[in-house]
Write a protein that binds this ligand. Structure first.
Ligand code: GUN
Length: 298
């Protein structure tokens, strides 16, 4: 048996096509969606992510701007910039790329952002709304994972979804999103982490396995229940002398052995990554529509 590959690039491109008429309608009203991304420092991976996000915007008609700030930017200055973007009526979505330098308190930055422009969904109010089942913006990677499941014919309703990893960006918010009483969710969720005893017992029971640990290729075929649906959100750089850059990006799953046991599996790259970008664009269009509506009504 060999698993069906869930093609994240293709699904992301479907989602982006669906956004186009909404973007055109906003543009006709003079309210072209506008995302501003802020990048502090020169982390090469973050630089690449931000570049990819801006490129994806321009491809579908969303305006975008990247603001680069030096690594030693004082926290106050970043807070001031967020304040300016909050008040800029042209800007619909604000994104501050993570991780931030150590001297900047990420929570303070998230708290400073207008909740209705927080297209990453990281403001505590937006995370709280998700917890209450009344989300305004949900984080892009968890949203993308849910779309990958539903659009590949693997609605998680009634299934046992095991989430490996409890990080703020993926594991924890996904576990909440997938357990909501919604038609695209409604799953029975177990969240495993570094404190879980006998983690293999849980992995073996999973109908759906979400891997968000950042431990390269730790999950191998013999650990899995036959037919399991695997979504791999891991992105670790591992040394690879045969690669041009000297490293490659590996997921949490050992793809070659897992695909012989799983029913469905996402590749790395080409699985979750493109979906994170598609859902960020979708959140930006939602933001622009909501802000345009409020503007019309005022
Ligand atoms: N760093 C890694 N993933 C993300 C993300 O989804 N948003 C932001 N702002 N930073 C990140």
């Amino acid at each position: 048996m060999s698993a069906q590959i869930i093609d994240g690039k293709k699904i992301a491109s479907e989602i982006k096509s669906e956004l186009k008429p909404r973007i055109e309608a906003l543009t006709q009203k003079g309210a072209t969606p506008f995302l501003t991304a802020v990048l502090v420092g020169n982390d090469p991976a973050s630089e690449q992510y931000v570049r990819m996000k801006a490129k994806a915007c321009s491809r579908i008609g969303i305006k975008s701007k990247v603001i680069n700030m030096p690594e030693n930017t004082p926290e106050d200055e970043l807070l001031e910039l967020v304040g300016e973007l909050n008040n800029d009526t042209e800007v619909h979505g604000i994104l501050v790329q993570l991780p931030l330098p150590e001297h900047i308190d990420q929570l303070k930055i998230n708290l400073a952002m207008r909740t209705d422009k927080d297209v990453d969904g990281f403001h505590p109010v937006n995370l709280g709304r998700l917890m209450l089942g009344k989300p305004l913006f949900s984080p892009a990677t968890p949203l993308g994972i849910l779309e990958l499941l539903n659009r590949s014919g693997n609605n998680p309703g009634g299934k046992h979804t095991v989430v490996l990893g409890r990080g703020d960006l993926v594991g924890r918010p996904f576990s909440v999103l997938a357990s909501l009483k919604e038609i695209n969710a409604n799953s029975t969720v177990t969240i495993c982490h570094s404190g879980t005893k006998n983690i293999g017992d849980y992995i073996k029971q999973a109908d759906i396995l979400i891997c968000a640990m950042g431990r390269p290729e730790m999950i191998t075929g013999e650990m899995l229940k036959p037919g399991v649906v695997i979504i791999d959100a891991g992105t670790s750089a591992v040394d690879d002398p045969s690669a041009k850059k000297g490293y490659r990006i590996a997921g949490d799953v050992h793809f070659e052995s897992a695909k012989e046991v799983a029913g469905f599996i996402t590749p790395v790259p080409g699985g979750v990554g493109p979906m994170t970008i598609a859902m960020l664009l979708s959140n930006t269009v939602d933001a622009a529509e909501r802000l345009a509506e409020n503007h019309d009504g005022s």
